[in-house]
Design a protein around this ligand. Structure first.
Ligand SMILES: [Zn+2]
Length: 143
């Protein structure tokens, strides 16, 4: 079985996303306003992310940037809908990367979604799915 890539460069190759480390191939610096240490996605879909040792918080953030690069922003969505959809796609991207995100790194997103939808009616688009997802606990993160 394939293992999760050990570097961000290898991970970007596996997921077929364009990855900028802050330095171009010709040796000049990337002048995008992107902060390569925090990480960002530019409208051209490029993920700007400085190389670093791979640790869970960074890896989760990088995978979220991959989802964002593959799913252009929809302004009509409310923040909780965006967070829910981001996490829904995140499962698939993590699987492609041969990894599984420990539930504790998704807890803050779940709490935010749960609090946001608690008082909404089930007629609101995505509300029921988002609420069910927000209540899922450890060991049940795979859909
Ligand atoms: Zn860059």
């Amino acid at each position: 079985m394939d293992r999760r890539p050990k570097t961000y460069g290898a991970l970007a190759d596996r997921l077929e996303v364009e990855h900028c480390r802050g330095m171009r191939r010709d040796g000049t610096y990337c002048y995008q306003s992107a902060d390569h240490h925090v990480g960002d996605v530019t409208p051209d879909g490029v993920i700007h992310w400085a190389d670093r040792q791979m640790q869970w918080p960074g890896l989760v953030r990088f995978l979220k940037l991959v989802v964002i690069s593959q799913n252009p922003k929809t302004v009509t969505f409310k923040p909780w809908q965006r967070v829910y959809l981001l996490n829904k796609h995140l499962t698939g991207v993590a699987r492609e990367a041969n990894t599984r995100i420990p539930t504790k790194y998704l807890r803050a997103d779940r709490a935010f979604v749960r609090a946001s939808v608690a008082s909404l009616s089930n007629d609101v688009p995505l509300r029921k799915e988002a609420f069910d997802w927000s209540r899922r606990e450890a060991g049940q993160t795979w859909d």
